[in-house]
Design a protein around this ligand. Structure first.
Ligand SMILES: Cc1cc2nc3c(=O)[nH]c(=O)nc-3n(C[C@H](O)[C@H](O)[C@H](O)COP(=O)(O)OP(=O)(O)OC[C@H]3O[C@@H](n4cnc5c(N)ncnc54)[C@H](O)[C@@H]3O)c2cc1C
Length: 394
């Protein structure tokens, strides 16, 4: 079994590391202090993404992307995840369902999104529909040759940076017809309700949006009427792996900061790393990171080998659940090793502590990941999670 990363994968990892260290890290403190970055800075970062060749990594070169494998995407997201303020978000990943667009939609939406000329945000969650998408109330009613969308969407991440929205709505209010619509943000009837503040300092914003008689033509339906939930499933797999890889990066950075500090900080006449209580915290961090990394890389690799869609969905839940909870524990221990300094906002570990908390909530809470995993255990048996690739199911 050869687990060595090939040179081209290492090259992607290196490219992302250089980008994180030279483009993202310098903006961490300005972002934390001001709560936002200027439009000029964000535009310079957008251009830097292209200069470093990190645009559209999750889409094929034929549509303007970089055609990275899932494992390469994970390696990149791990490096970017080391940044605080969720600055990894400046590197756009056009939503996976866009590849199911019509040829015209690919030219108008996907290709320019890969090239950084357009940007999407995704609007699924509503005031009464979070984990339970069956409660979605936003509807799209066919009137003449137009769909008319009405509803309210919450937590629309990067809505301020986006110029179009993937809106999840029920055609004719029918629960059997969940559908994704491509809606230009400038369309009449879209209103910003609120831009609330969150626990993390996020480089963009999470808007609450109102859709009031927003008219779109049928050619703005992505895929088909009723395909909305199915299309978002593939997106969840990729997004959950990306979150897991970000968490891995966050945990590694916190571990490194804590390890360095433990060697420098002298109390009671010796570096604190010589105190077994501190040494054990570092040891636990090492173990947790190593286990999570093995899991994240393995599942990304399996997907590249053609893992079936349902298993990919189930295993992406395992990866997201494990890595996000791991990051919470590791960053918490790192902060403890740093003592009072770890509680200061100028310290990256304090910022990571706030940043990783949402990873147990968005793209499906930890409880929802357990619901998915438990359901698969019931349906497929324990082997779905205990077998190694290549091992027979007999
Ligand atoms: C910063 C941020 C950014 C976000 N970005 C986006 C975005 O861009 N687009 C978008 O559409 N959404 C976005 N979301 C929404 C996010 O996906 C939801 O917050 C998440 O799915 C949980 O929904 P909820 O907040 O309504 O919690 P609820 O669903 O109300 O859950 C509340 C609690 O109940 C638990 N619970 C619910 N159902 C079950 C169950 N069946 N079994 C066990 N426990 C359960 C949950 O795990 C949780 O602990 C974002 C959220 C945040 C915080």
């Amino acid at each position: 079994m050869d687990l060595t990363l090939p040179p081209e994968d290492l090259e992607w990892q290196h490219r992302a590391r250089v980008f994180a260290e030279t483009v993202l890290f310098p903006q961490e403190l300005p972002l934390e202090e001001a709560g936002h970055l200027s439009a000029e800075t964000k535009d310079a970062m957008r251009r830097a993404v292209i200069e470093h060749g990190l645009h559209g990594i999750n889409h094929a070169t034929e549509v303007g992307g970089r055609g990275c494998t899932q494992l390469q995407q994970v390696l990149i997201s791990e490096e970017l995840g080391k940044s605080t303020g969720c600055l990894w978000a400046v590197v756009w990943h056009p939503a996976v369902p866009l590849k199911h667009g019509s040829p015209a939609q690919i030219e108008v939406y996907l290709r320019p999104s890969c090239l950084g000329e357009r940007r999407a945000c995704v609007a699924i969650t509503e005031p009464n529909a979070g984990s339970d998408t069956g409660m979605i109330a936003t509807r799209a009613d066919l009137r003449g040759n137009r769909y008319v969308i009405n509803g309210e969407k919450w937590f629309v991440t990067s809505a301020d940076a986006a110029d179009y929205i993937l809106v999840h709505a029920l055609v004719d209010g029918d629960l059997a017809k969940p559908t994704l619509f491509l809606v230009d943000k400038a369309t009449s009837g879209i209103r910003l309700k609120r831009a609330p503040k969150f626990m993390h300092t996020y480089v963009f914003e999470h808007h609450e949006l109102l859709f009031e008689n927003v008219e779109v033509t049928p050619d703005r339906i992505l895929g088909e009427v009723g395909q909305g939930l199915d299309l978002t499933k593939d997106w969840f797999v990729e997004a959950r792996l990306q979150i897991a890889a970000n968490c891995l990066g966050a945990a590694i950075r916190a571990f490194e900061v804590a390890d360095t500090w433990a060697g420098q900080r002298v109390q009671f006449g010796r570096p604190i790393r010589e105190l077994q209580a501190v040494e054990f915290m570092l040891a636990d961090m090492a173990v947790e990171i190593m286990a999570a990394k093995s899991l994240v890389y393995r599942v990304a690799w399996e997907i590249d080998q053609g893992l079936n869609r349902k298993l990919a969905h189930a295993r992406a839940s395992v990866v997201k659940l494990h890595a996000s909870e791991m990051a919470g524990r590791v960053v918490d221990r790192a902060l403890q090793v740093l003592g009072g300094r770890g509680y200061m906002r100028e310290n990256p570990v304090e910022r990571l502590y706030r940043d990783v908390r949402v990873d147990r909530i968005w793209e499906g809470t930890s409880e929802i990941q357990r619901v998915i995993i438990g359901g698969q255990v019931a349906r497929r048996g324990t082997g779905a999670f205990t077998q190694w690739p290549g091992q027979s199911s007999a």
